[in-house]
Design a protein around this ligand. Structure first.
Ligand code: FRU
Length: 433
């Protein structure tokens, strides 16, 4: 049980200062990740599978709140708003990524959510389907960043990923919230120098990612960025092992790869790009903030919370996305630095911030830390029988249909102090305020 006193809460507290910032990609090393271990402070409570779905007709997974430009949670005409990836709930859960649609919910109390509908007409959006992103309101305009996945009209499902922006008007009435007049733009594609292109990945890699745009205004400089999930550029043949990927000198001298050629294929990166216009339709890619070369393949939904002089960088990943030398759970991982683009060190020494309980290792996923320290996520697989899904033959259609949550999980409150974190308590499902 998690009953210990709150260490501190998160808040935005920077005075803007102009600092000459160096841009050096930080490494999440094999040494760091080999320290990953569940502790009392990082293990989420078990979720009883007696939940009510927020929208019974839908699978709901990755979710993000509407924020103000400074990152704080927005309220429009008395309503909070969240956006979620959704699909019909009679669909096999494993197939949902192929038809993902962004819908929105609104709420007066920030806990009980009313389904609004599709965020925009998907016919007008880029991509065969839309994956996760972020949302920001400025001067009454909604800026809804999303991932355009695949191409419209494709016969077979393809996985091209481009970062997109839908700009629309927000209408608020006593009946709730709606959006209209959307303009869609592609705002960034991988260029192959900092971020891997699909063609580079096809030359022998295990896949590529370029998704999950997350808007961030740097409180120290006032500059506007998006963070995103990417992979380090180049083909496997072009990639060389930098000993710094392994860890410090002592660790390096005692370390042997299980299978270096396979480890090389793991090249997850947290990308950053700076806005080059005021309408957020153009961005310039910069060197990744952090890479997990030889460590992890997918650093999903990266986002930042600031506190004092520190940037806290969070990302999600799965057990099976760690390379062959590591064994670590599905979880929320984090890093901190006093500079936006360099100097990140793993939180809690390893990077692990939050994992599911060992016996229910897949119960929740896609965590997002809000500026108030609340962590939202979705209820993924519940284990009625108390076993890991892998033990049950994993994801058979029958298992998926009977064990998938597809709704927001209980919110967790995270305390953050220096380079340590602690899960403080559990709150109502989907609570953002
Ligand atoms: C995380 C994720 C995101 C992606 C979405 C697709 O759960 O993999 O990176 O946008 O799911 O459904």
């Amino acid at each position: 049980l998690l009953t210990t006193a709150i260490v501190s809460t998160l808040s935005f507290g920077f005075a803007p200062t102009a600092s000459a910032e160096t841009s050096t990609t930080s490494n999440w090393t094999i040494e760091d990740a080999s320290k990953i271990e569940r502790t009392e402070d990082t293990t989420a409570p078990y979720i009883e599978p007696d939940f009510e779905k927020m929208a019974p007709e839908l699978h709901v997974w990755d979710t993000w709140p509407l924020r103000e430009k400074d990152g704080s949670i927005a309220k429009v005409n008395g309503y909070y708003i969240i956006f979620s990836l959704t699909a019909d709930s009679d669909l096999l859960p494993g197939k949902r990524h192929d038809v993902a649609t962004i819908r929105y919910f609104y709420s007066k109390d920030g806990t009980n959510w009313e389904l609004g509908g599709k965020a925009f007409d998907t016919e007008q959006a880029y991509g065969a389907r839309q994956w996760a992103g972020s949302a920001m309101i400025e001067d009454g305009k909604l800026n809804l960043f999303y991932t355009a996945t695949g191409r419209k009209g494709e016969e077979n499902v393809t996985y091209e990923q481009r970062l997109a922006l839908a700009k629309g008007d927000v209408e608020a009435s006593h009946k709730g919230i709606s959006f209209s007049n959307f303009d869609h733009s592609i705002i960034l594609e991988p260029e192959g120098k900092y971020y891997q292109t699909e063609e580079q990945a096809e030359a022998g890699d295990i896949g590529y990612t370029f998704r999950d745009p997350w808007f961030f205004e740097d409180p120290k400089t006032g500059k506007d960025y998006i963070l995103f999930e990417g992979n380090s550029a180049g083909t496997p043949a072009e990639r060389t092992l930098d000993p710094a990927y392994i860890g410090g000198e002592d660790f390096q001298s005692s370390f042997d790869f299980v299978n270096e050629d396979f480890a090389k294929l793991f090249n997850g990166a947290i990308g950053i790009a700076e806005a080059t216009n005021d309408s957020y339709t153009e961005f310039e890619a910069k060197a990744p903030i952090l890479e997990a070369n030889y460590v992890n393949q997918e650093l999903e939904r990266p986002h930042i919370v600031t506190k004092g002089n520190q940037y806290y960088l969070f990302t999600n990943t799965h057990e099976h996305k760690f390379g062959p030398d590591l064994s670590a759970p599905d979880g929320l991982y984090g890093f901190s630095s006093d500079q936006l683009t360099s100097g990140y060190e793993p939180l809690n020494e390893s990077g692990l911030v939050l994992a599911n309980p060992e016996d229910h290792a897949y119960q929740a996923y896609s965590w997002m830390v809000l500026p108030n320290g609340k962590v939202i996520s979705f209820y993924n697989f519940h284990d009625l029988d108390g076993k890991n899904i892998a033990d049950l033959g994993g994801t058979s259609p029958e298992y998926q249909m009977s064990h998938f949550g597809g709704t927001l999980a209980p919110t967790l409150k995270l305390a953050l102090q220096n380079d340590r974190t602690k899960i403080v308590n559990e709150q109502a499902p989907g609570k953002i305020k």
